[in-house]
Structure formats: structure tokens, C-alpha cells
Design a protein around this ligand. Sequence first.
Ligand code: SAM
Length: 347
Amino acid sequence: EVDFEEHEDEESRRKRSKDVGLIAGHYNARPDVGPKQRLQSPIIGLKAFNNWIKAVLIGKFAHRALDESPWAGGRHGRGRGGKVLDLGCGKGGDLTKWAKAHVAEYVGIDIAAVSIDQARSRHAGMHNASRFPAFFAALDCYAHPISDVLPPHILAPPPGRPSERPNDGPEVFDVVSMQFCMHYAFESEEKARTMLDNVSRYLRRGGVFIGTIPNAEWMLKRLLSLPPDAPPRFGNSVYTIEFDDRRPKEERPLFGDRYSFFLTDAVENVPEYVVVWEHFLRLAGEYGLRPVYKREFHQVFQEHKEHPEFGPLMVRMKVMDSNGESHMDEDQWEAANIYIAFAFEKR
Ligand code: SAM
């Protein structure tokens, strides 16, 4: 039995608000360097790989949900359509992927107001032909309902489909995406629940929730296999994960199991929280979300490297060159597998 009833003491409450400031401050301060300089990152291969993983998730799960959308055919008449909610959208790094998916409308929300401004500019700078209507807002999506910032017209139901869901809002979105950001909600049960409510409330039945999070099982295995007198820290030349202690799994808290994450040229010792998959599943189930996919990033690669669409996409997205030579060194390849990709369906 899992006990979700843990209460916070004053000390962790104080630490928590400091953590939120650290996380938002970190992402606000990261420069938006533009496409040329992005190519010079020392982990360009890893960044390209992460982008490819997101493109695979979108292709595998979001396309179908968008095709079947009650909004499909929409204002662009391009066949596909549908609405996407991107929580923790950052600087809008997935806007091009959503343009390729021919979304009818996109909503991007992030706690970092500077990132939201950059996402807005990136959207404004897209070619007219691929640009879609978009709405951006700055909000702590793990502490507040998204209805605080979304105008009523965005949360209106599709024509002819009034909501008959007593605990949910209208069926607005076909896809909710949370890329490399959901784990920040696992600081407390209250935040994880607020986040899941935001994910699920306006997601239509049959819609999908896709995301990427660190692989808790792998991290805890690495931590607990360190020699007894070693510090609670592991990593390689591109990443470091440092825990406060090395308590065994059964003694670790379900929420607020904090570690510090460093990834070269991306994340500088930001506090993050372990997401234990089984706990997440149980909680997500309470919000009508049924799991349909969970893979480590290495598995996603193995299963799609020869796929007729996603295989060649790896060359176009600069994960590898046309000779099949990877742009990641060994250390980047190891860091790539810190994460897992998932998809849920709304019942
Ligand atoms: N999803 C984007 C991507 O894949 O490029 C950005 C990922 S970045 C690693 C993590 C993002 O989560 C940051 O933009 C950060 O500001 C956002 N974030 C963290 N806590 C958040 C919160 N409470 N509410 C909304 N966004 C949050």
C-alpha cells in the first residue's frame, strides 16, 4: 500500500519555495542562443537525440489524436488539426515539431516568464505557411490551475460537443505534452496533483498525454550500487546527479525525494525530484489517465532506428550523419538513457 498522506514540516516548506525560485531562475537565465550557436553546443548530439525522441513520441501518439480531433480539418483545412497543450514548454523548442504535425492551435505555458517571451518571439518568427494560432502564458502549473491564465474562448468546448463530464472541464485538447519538466512537480503530493489536474481536466476522452522524465529506477540503482563510503553522487563528463543521502528505496519519501542535476550546457545543479513510476501510475489513474507506453530512451532508439519514417529522421535531425555515424560520444549516450518516454490515454 502506498501512503500519499505524508505531511510536510516547516523546514521542507521553506526549502520548497526556495527550490521553485531556483528552478524558474535557472531557466529564465539560460540564453536563447539561436540556431547557429546551438550547433556549437558540446552536447549537440545529445540535444539532437532528445529532440528526435520527442519527434518520435509526437509521431507515434500525437498524430493519431490530432487526426481524430473534433477540431480536425479546422481553419487550415490541412486534414489534420487538433489542439495541443504544452506544459513546461520552455522557449518553445517543440514549435517546429508541432507545425509539422499540423496542429490547429497550440497553448504553451511555463513558469519561466523570460522563456515564455522567447517562445512567443520564436512563434512570431515562424514562416507564415507553417505558423499556427498559439497562446502563451507564464504560470506555475504545479501550484495553480491553468484556467487562471487561459481566456474562456480557449477553454470553450468544440462546436456541438458540450461537456458532460461532471469532474472535468470541456474536451478542449487532443494532446497534452510535458517534455523534460514533469518531475519538478514531484516536490509534493499537492503539486503532483495540481499538475495532473491541469493535464487531465481539458484533455478529451481518447486524447493523449505524452512526456519525458528521468528514470527513477535507473537513478536509484546507480545510487545504491555506489561503494559504501562513496559520496551519494554519480555521473560522467557530461552529467552529475547528486543525492543528499543513500537511503534504500523503501525508506525514501514518495514526494520531495530531491537530487541535484547537472548537465553540461543545459542544466546547472537544479533541484529535481524522483518520480517513482508505480506511484505516478497510481496517481495518474485517479485523473483518468491510462498508460499506453513507457520506454527508456535507448529502447526508443533500438525500436525505431530502422523505422521507415523515424530512422531517416535521425539524419535530418542531426542525431547521426548519413553514414550512420552517431554525433554522441559514449558519455552523451549514457546521459541519454537517464530519461524515459511515456504516453497515456484519457479515458
Ligand atoms: N519542454 C521544454 C523542452 O523540452 O525543450 C523545456 C524543458 S526544460 C528542461 C524544463 C522546463 O520546465 C523549464 O522551461 C522550466 O521553466 C519548466 N518548469 C519547471 N517548473 C515548472 C512549473 N512549476 N510550472 C511550469 N513550468 C515549469
